[in-house]
Write a protein that binds this ligand. Structure first.
Ligand SMILES: *Cc1c(COP(=O)(O)O)cnc(C)c1O
Length: 368
């Protein structure tokens, strides 16, 4: 493209735009969307009611400090509300952290198959984004440490990681924090914390409390079922809270989103129900994939990385699913083109995707 109009900063043109999970297939009426790790049960009923009630107040600006929401989050998770900052999804906060601590001449480190938003936000900030190799599709602490230089400012670890589903053990996360230089911010992105069953898991609050250089990111987009409203939050040391509050959107979390998020936290049994469903169907779907001859990587999230061994087979499986109205996530952008990421949906959806992939694999055998 020849540039005649205003020129973006060169960093901007290095960014490959984020490709969100699709929700439509042309010509197919009934769609099963298992491409964006949205909760299996929709939004909590109480959150829907709060959102409807908020409609009458839409002429009002929201509370720019999200005070009631921060109090509710603090009460729910046993955290000091003063150390919480809410954002327009955790995406907004990821972006601000990159701009606050990164910038030209600095490095940001993520793992090889980490969440692509880190790469987009870090590049936009002007940092060099380095991808540390993983071991067995799991964050490798030694590889991250080996990538550290005096230019390193920020390290992102999603735990569990999206899209691999792998978990970094708490002892390894603590070792990473201990061996990183103290002026390097460690951002632990625990978007899927509620789905983890590993007994020694800590979503990040322990390390936040232990020093002044770790931040935990959380979201209402997954287990709380509010991805459409864009609410996320950070739990951070005072210095990071102060910096985020200087630069975030003044009214970043809108009025209806704040009300719905407060109500979602108050929904009785919501997280327990979702976690129990996810644990059961994550295991059943993984077993069904394996039975069909597809490797299912171990996962602590509400999604499964299905490994088809070759990119050609993963693409064929994706097309086969799409033709039957089932949308999952292709993984080429994550350098995992031989895999598809499948969200754990309702029991019926899990059954359908398993059945369809079994049919696909049977057809592959016939043609082999
Ligand atoms: C889904 C997800 C988020 C949440 O993003 P929001 O902006 O809060 O919707 C953050 N990090 C990871 C790793 C995710 O998968």
């Amino acid at each position: 493209m020849t540039q005649t109009g205003p020129r973006p900063r060169p960093e901007v043109m290095k960014i490959a735009a984020y490709v969100a999970g699709e929700s439509k297939v042309p010509g197919v009426n009934r769609i099963i969307k298992l491409s964006s790790n949205e909760g299996a049960f929709g939004p909590p009923p109480g959150a829907q009611a709060a959102y409807a009630t908020a409609a009458a107040e839409l002429h009002r600006y929201p509370d720019g400090g999200s005070v009631e929401l921060r109090r509710a989050i603090g009460a729910r998770f046993g955290l000091d509300a003063e150390r919480i900052v809410c954002g327009t999804g955790s995406d907004e906060l990821i972006g601000h952290l990159c701009h606050i601590y990164g910038g030209p001449g600095t490095d940001i480190i993520m793992s090889m198959h980490g969440f692509t938003m880190y790469q987009i936000a870090g590049t936009y900030a002007g940092s060099r984004v380095l991808k540390a190799p993983e071991r067995n599709l799991t964050t490798d602490v030694d590889a991250i440490l080996a990538a550290v230089t005096p230019a390193t400012r920020l390290v992102f670890v999603a735990n569990p990681n999206n899209p691999t589903g792998s978990l970094l053990p708490q002892a390894e996360m603590e070792r990473l924090r201990r061996l990183l230089p103290p002026d390097v911010l460690l951002a632990i992105d625990a978007a899927y914390a509620e789905y983890v069953e590993s007994p020694d898991y800590d979503a990040g609050a322990k390390l936040v409390d232990a020093g002044d250089n770790t931040v935990m990111l959380r979201t209402f987009s997954k287990v709380f079922g509010l991805g459409g409203l864009r609410v996320g939050w950070a739990y951070a040391p005072p210095g990071v809270v102060d910096a985020l509050n200087r630069v975030r959107g003044v009214f970043n979390v809108n009025l209806a989103a704040q009300a719905a998020a407060v109500a979602a936290l108050a929904e009785p049994g919501w997280v327990e129900k979702n976690r129990a469903h996810n644990t059961e169907w994550r295991a059943k779907l993984s077993a069904a994939l394996e039975a069909a001859g597809i490797k299912a990587w171990p996962t602590e999230g509400n999604f499964i990385l299905a490994d088809f061994a070759t990119a050609a087979r993963a693409e064929a499986a994706n097309a086969f699913l799409r033709n039957r109205g089932i949308i999952v996530r292709g993984m080429a952008a994550y350098d995992l083109a031989h895999c598809l990421r499948i969200t754990v949906g309702t029991a019926e959806e899990c059954g359908l995707v398993a059945e369809t992939l079994a049919a696909f694999m049977a057809e592959q055998k016939l043609h082999a």
